[in-house]
Design a protein around this ligand. Structure first.
Ligand SMILES: [Ca+2]
Ligand SMILES: [Ca+2]
Ligand SMILES: [Ca+2]
Length: 237
């Protein structure tokens, strides 16, 4: 039943708004970067080969299978920074020095669905806003590879922990060509969490919340298709 519903929703999406999304392959650059202590591993992807001419959004999903790293608020992939550039650099330190394209809005064009914490749990994931379902970019600083690679508080800084199976989507402020374009992401601690297998790039914007209205639209669409005849039924005319 659940599978049928998902297929239906996907079909609606394809019918009204064609979208192309492609997975991304990463290579790990040698060395580490970040703040103090230094410990961010950097992964680079060549977006020329993803089959999308113009890039509009990037989605990063934790794919750690609950392995690697630390529990509680530090569960899952620890994202230090994300950069796009037409320059290919070869080391983590060079990626840190690279001035990325000014195409992100880490405050208004970020959609975060927190993943699960491993026990013992904390109030919310590290680097998230008051309710735990937004990015606090004053802490995460997603434009800079500056993370302090520690779980000691105070001390930890410069990243967001996605939680197990957490998902972070970023809309670009303008579409950019993928020809010669490189994506760089950093994992704090470089200690076993994986997102590389679960990053997709798309030529379609990701819907900025709120999820309740999205679900309402889906429900209305389904109700419209499935329940037309019932509208006249009540008998209180
Ligand atoms: Ca982690
Ligand atoms: Ca950072
Ligand atoms: Ca980590």
């Amino acid at each position: 039943m659940k599978r049928l519903l998902l297929v239906t929703i996907a079909s609606f999406g394809l019918a009204s708004c064609p979208a192309i999304a492609a997975p991304v392959a990463f290579v790990e650059l040698p060395g580490v970067t970040g703040g103090a202590p230094l410990g961010t591993g950097v992964f680079r992807a060549d977006l020329s080969s993803v089959g999308i001419a113009n890039l509009l959004s990037i989605t990063i999903a934790d794919n750690s299978a609950a392995l690697g790293g630390s529990p509680g608020q530090f569960s899952g992939f620890d994202l230090d920074a994300i950069k796009l550039s037409y320059t290919a650099v070869a080391t983590a330190a060079q990626a840190s020095a690279l001035v990325g394209l000014n195409v992100f809005d880490f405050v208004n064009e970020v959609i975060f669905t927190p993943g699960a914490q491993r026990a013992p749990m904390d109030a919310k994931l590290f680097g998230t806003g008051p309710m735990g379902n937004t990015v606090d970019n004053a802490v995460a600083t997603l434009g800079d590879f500056d993370a302090n690679s520690t779980t000691i508080i105070p001390g930890a800084f410069g990243f967001i922990s996605l939680g197990d199976n957490g998902v972070l989507s970023l809309n670009l402020t303008a579409p950019i060509s993928t020809d010669g374009l490189y994506l760089y992401i950093g994992e704090v601690g470089n200690n076993g969490e994986v997102a590389a297998g679960s990053i997709t790039v798309s030529d379609t914007r990701v819907q900025v919340p709120d999820t309740s209205s999205t679900m309402t639209l889906v429900a209305l669409a389904l109700a419209g298709v499935c329940g037309m005849r019932r509208i006249r039924r009540p008998g209180k005319a």
